[in-house]
Ligand binder design. Structure first.
Ligand SMILES: [Zn+2]
Length: 314
């Protein structure tokens, strides 16, 4: 059941530019006593008219596409989940969570901070790694929320559902009075689940999806591409989406008929494709995704550590 409805009581869905494809996302405007925007990543055009109206900005998590236009709402208070708020208090924490420190080291993070502080830095080919909005939109956090909290905007109540796995504090926003939930990056895109940061976790991601499926919601609003889905449509899409995890496992198992190190597996480009590796962030995410799969396969005894940092089949 697809719906043409884009408003549920005071809750208005703002589609992102380019169908909400990364680095844009669907934003949610709560046109209530306390005017609130969730994940202002829809783009300048769709958000500009709300610029001076918004009292509160809520971010479901710290990823670029969900915070990009925080800076547009100068007089608004910014609410971020308590687990990721440190990213807004000291941007070096973004380096630890997103993977930069793990893959390239602390010095690289310092260089990155310099690059994003300068609006004239050259952009990267495939990721928003050098976008100055990183700098502008992480400049403040006014309040934190926690999983399980209920925020009240007047007529609208919003319950914060903890859905870790995609990022450390990733939260989905449930509106029980209207039977809708904003599922943000549990987005059912063809790419599949994303857990490419140091803070990503495959098993937690799966568990979070199951928890969302169990919600008594009629409509699920994704952060990218798909838009507003009925419950059955969401359930069916979720199944295909999670199957991507098994497909990635299969690709790795197939490659490991010959022993490979993590670096060699990364170089194969099994998740993003090799051509994207010219962008440091895409390489970084490829590397971390592969590493998380291999570690999970080892834990489940489908892969064994071999000689010289290689991995092999049992
Ligand atoms: Zn995200």
């Amino acid at each position: 059941m697809h719906t043409a409805q884009t408003q549920f009581g005071p809750i208005k869905i703002i589609p992102g530019e380019n169908r909400g494809r990364f680095p844009f996302c669907t934003s949610i405007f709560i046109d209530d006593d306390v005017k609130t925007i969730i994940d202002p990543g829809a783009g300048l055009k769709p958000l500009q008219e709300l610029k001076d109206k918004i009292d509160i900005v809520v971010n479901t998590h710290y990823h670029f596409d969900h915070i990009a236009y925080n800076h547009l709402f100068e007089r608004a208070k910014v609410f971020v989940n308590d687990k990721e708020a440190p990213c807004f208090r000291n941007r070096k924490n973004i380096g630890s969570l997103l993977g930069m420190e793990e893959v390239y080291g602390k010095k690289w993070v310092d260089g990155w901070l310099k690059r994003i502080s300068d609006p004239h830095t050259e952009q990267s080919p495939y990721s928003p790694q050098n976008n100055h909005f990183w700098w502008l939109s992480t400049s403040k956090v006014d309040e934190t929320y926690a999983w399980g909290d209920i925020l009240d905007f007047g007529k609208t109540r919003m319950q914060v559902i903890g859905t870790p796995g995609h990022s450390l504090g990733f939260s989905c926003m449930y509106f029980p009075d209207y039977g809708i939930v904003y599922v943000a990056d549990i987005d059912l895109t063809d790419f599949g689940p994303w857990y490419g940061g140091t803070d990503g976790d495959i098993d937690l991601f799966i568990k979070s999806c199951k928890n969302l499926e169990a919600l008594d919601a009629k409509f699920f609003i994704t952060g990218h591409e798909k838009g507003i889905l009925g419950k059955q449509e969401f359930k069916a899409g979720l199944k295909t989406f999670l199957e991507k995890i098994d497909e990635r496992d299969e690709k790795i198992l197939s490659a490991l008929k010959i022993p490979h190190t993590l670096e060699e597996l990364t170089d194969k480009g099994l998740v993003y494709g090799k051509k994207f590796h010219v962008d440091e962030w895409l390489y970084m995410w490829e590397h971390i995704m592969i590493k998380k799969h291999v570690q999970r396969l080892v834990k489940n005894q489908k892969v064994l550590p071999g000689k010289d940092h290689t991995y092999i089949l049992p």
